[in-house]
Design a binder for this molecule. Structure first.
Ligand code: ADP
Ligand code: MG
Length: 259
């Protein structure tokens, strides 16, 4: 197994709180890896360090063996670590395909090009990406009119426009109906398989986690407490205790707070 992204003894303190405590994890090539844990476990803090948003107190982040610890978000992104957002960030005044074309322009470092140019350039490439997320039929719709689930799929196409090695998805299905969540993760799983991209994601819905991840890592109070397959995690007494202790039970996470 090739390791694509790795943390070594990653730690983040906020004064008295140790939000992430000595976490060493590995994301393999072509893997869909879930990071789970109760609210406040340190998942988002971990993501923020991986994407350069937060500087670790100690420890390191390696991308394909290269130390990328402390790089700025834009530099990390340029090295091939893409992301989707907990809150969708798009240009609502533009159409679906224009958003993807803008991402392609940015990827090819033509950010200063003007929009009419952008709308011609990369149309085929953008359509291919929209095809991949089953959004080609909505290419010319204005984003402001899209349903939430469709916006999230467009966001995925935008992330893929940068041809990332790694995709970080912090609660990609937050705010979605259960059916939409399953669909988005199925789509993500297909993309992982077809493009060989590696995905690290967090998710509240345990059905989604168990159905789609190749492997699961469990955080609690900042610490990595265990990792394994869906089967191993589902039957792990410590994990059950953590979730039951936190007031959440597998399979009934509706309305869980999306911190
Ligand atoms: P999760 O995403 O697993 O719900 P977070 O990473 O958001 O958890 O939070 C982990 C812990 O760190 C929590 O106790 C949270 O209150 C704390 N925390 C997160 N961000 C900050 C911050 N900027 N300042 C102080 N404490 C923070
Ligand atoms: Mg979070």
């Amino acid at each position: 197994m090739t390791v694509v992204l790795e943390t070594q003894n990653l730690t983040k303190r906020f004064e008295a709180i140790v939000a992430v405590d000595d976490v060493s994890l590995q994301l393999h090539k072509g893997e869909l890896l879930a990071l789970i844990g109760p609210n406040g476990a340190g998942k988002s803090t971990c993501f923020n360090m991986l994407m350069g948003q937060l500087k670790p107190t100690s420890g390191s982040v390696l991308l394909e063996g290269q130390n990328i610890t402390g790089l700025k978000p834009r530099e990390v992104w340029r090295q091939g670590v893409g992301r989707t957002f907990q809150i969708t960030a798009t240009y609502t005044s533009m159409t679906v395909i224009e958003n993807v074309q803008m991402a392609l322009l940015s990827h090819h470092r033509q950010v200063f090009s003007i929009l009419p140019y952008a709308t011609r350039k990369y149309r085929t490439e953008a359509l291919n990406l929209l095809e991949m997320v089953n959004m080609a039929d909505q290419a010319d719709r204005h984003c402001a009119t899209l349903a939430y689930g469709d916006l999230k799929r467009m966001e995925l196409a935008i992330a893929l426009a940068h041809d990332p090695k790694v995709l970080l998805m912090d609660e990609p299905t937050a705010g979605m109906a259960p059916k939409e969540r399953v669909a988005l993760m199925q789509l993500t799983a297909d993309i992982v398989r077809d493009r060989g991209v590696s995905v690290l994601f967090t998710e509240h819905d345990m059905d989604v986690v168990f159905a789609h991840s190749h492997r699961i890592i469990v955080l609690n109070r900042g610490e990595l407490i265990t990792e394994g397959t869906a089967e191993e995690i589902r039957n792990n007494p410590t994990v059950q205790e953590v979730y039951l202790g936190g007031g959440t039970v597998f399979g009934s996470e509706e309305g869980a707070e999306h911190a």
